[in-house]
Design a protein around this ligand. Structure first.
Ligand code: PHE
Length: 458
């Protein structure tokens, strides 16, 4: 049996490339361009980047393969996929909880993701208006601060972003996402390369590269290590069912491993190129690498304000950043929507509206955390920081850990070989080894060290 026994009731990708582009569309998003540079900056650069890259290779890639495999074998929402597969493999029905935690994580992430995507929308407008032409770093900073201080403006963009996301989700994966990502992702990459060329010529390029790639382990804290691992999951969209649900629309005959490698490679390249474009600008203008979530919005407008054709490139850049965020956000809420369709017998449109309203409401917490509630803290974190920490650093790695355990230990080798349909037994065994031993160990060690427990043990 080399074919999956099931078909998805939600449809199927029309070709192998559509899956590659859709999954890349999910992976490449604010995580690569907004989050990666600012957390690398906050955590001292090189050593953080090294840990992140290591996590991508030994944890991210094996889990990506495992998650696609689960999705394609289950062909339902993550919750029902886990329910069916655990039954098929004769395992505890509690594995369904993995699906539930994914649905919850996706919902939590989208609530703040949408607010940040709203910033990108606002910057499209600022660019068109020529706000940044020939400005100084100080003025760029002021524009950003004023945006964050304005709950109404933030709410407006957040609302708009949720609406456009839910429209695509309501129409179903086939109805628009397919064509959009195939064209938008490559364009974004081209623009990043243009920015990189600018950084090479007019920024402190060597200084930027040194910061990004020369490991200085004294700059990396215990929590920094956890953040690096968490980000490996976040940026690859792993551990919450997004890749699983996209895998469920994948054709049975396509190679999972080869596809996963392409997605991981593309995602990592985008993040690195973004970092290489941003840090030279940071250093050339005497800005702070650890400036926080505003980093991209305080550096790139400066570059666009100075370069030839900056108005055009800048506008295009923020439009494409918005599209990148859009194609990611669709996959964040797709697991919840498909579950409502499958188990509550809802129409896609009703399910989308319900999910949209709920995420919008929760997102208001993030909107306010940048202004009226900026002093309200739980565990020393604002609402936004808490959600980000809880999802990216805890829920996604835990989800990934359990995916590795389920596929590595609870699924029979026969089902895995059948689903992978691979001729390369050696590669299969390497993957299997990574998934069974290396991934669980790495995630556990990072969790333990972040609490300081490991240091006490040794
Ligand atoms: N990978 C996306 C990004 O880097 C975010 C995301 C996380 C999307 C989890 C789906 C699931 O922006």
């Amino acid at each position: 049996m080399s074919d999956s026994p099931r078909n998805s009731i939600h449809g199927q990708w029309s070709s192998r490339w559509v899956f590659v582009f859709a999954a890349t569309g999910s992976a490449v998003g604010l995580g690569n361009i907004w989050k990666f540079p600012y957390i690398a900056g906050e955590n001292g650069g090189g050593a953080f980047v090294l840990v992140y890259l290591l996590c991508i290779a030994v944890v991210g890639l094996p889990v990506m393969i495992a998650e696609i495999l689960l999705g394609r074998r289950g062909r339902q929402s993550p919750i029902n996929t886990m329910a069916s597969l655990s039954r098929e493999e004769g395992r505890s029905p509690l594995w369904k909880l993995l699906g539930w935690s994914g649905v919850l994580a996706g919902f939590l992430i989208l609530s703040y993701y949408s607010v940040i995507a709203g910033w990108a929308l606002n910057y499209v407008l600022e660019m068109v208006n020529g706000t940044f032409t020939g400005t100084s770093a100080g003025q760029v900073q002021t524009v950003f601060d004023e945006l964050l201080a304005d709950p109404l403006k933030l709410t407006l963009w957040h609302t708009l972003f949720i609406i456009v996301t839910m429209i695509v989700v309501a129409r179903g994966v086939r109805g628009g996402l397919e064509k959009a990502v195939m064209f938008l992702m490559p364009s974004l990459f081209v623009l990043l390369v243009i920015l990189l060329a600018y950084a090479m010529n007019s920024g402190a390029f060597i200084e930027g590269l040194t910061f990004l790639f020369m490991p200085d382990f004294s700059a990396l804290t215990r929590e920094g290590v956890l953040t690096a691992m968490g980000h490996a999951f976040f940026t690859l969209s792993l551990g919450m069912g997004a890749i699983m649900i996209y895998g469920s629309y994948m054709r049975s005959q396509d190679s999972i491993a080869r596809t996963a490698i392409m997605i991981v490679f593309a995602d990592t390249m985008v993040a690195l190129v973004a970092g290489m474009a941003i840090f030279p600008i940071v250093f050339a203008n005497g800005l702070e690498p650890g400036a926080g979530p505003g980093l991209v919005f305080q550096t790139l407008p400066l570059a666009f304000g100075q370069m030839d054709g900056g108005l055009f490139f800048g506008t295009l850049f923020f439009i494409l950043l918005f599209f990148a965020a859009w194609s990611s956000s669709i996959s964040l809420i797709e697991p919840a929507v498909t579950w409502l369709v499958e188990n509550r017998n809802m129409k896609r449109i009703t399910a989308s509206i319900i999910c949209g309203i709920a995420t919008w409401l929760l997102g208001m917490g993030t909107v306010l955390s940048f202004n009226l509630w900026s002093e309200v803290k739980w565990f020393d974190r604002t609402f936004f920081e808490l959600l980000d920490f809880l999802t990216a650093n805890i829920m996604l790695p835990l989800g990934g850990l359990f995916i590795a355990i389920f596929v590595g230990w609870s699924m029979s080798r026969k089902s895995k070989v059948a689903e992978m349909a691979t001729k390369y037994l050696f590669a299969f065994n390497v993957w299997s080894f990574l998934l069974r031993y290396v991934t669980p160990l790495a995630v556990t060690v990072v969790f333990l060290q972040s609490t300081g427990l490991l240091a006490k043990l040794i």
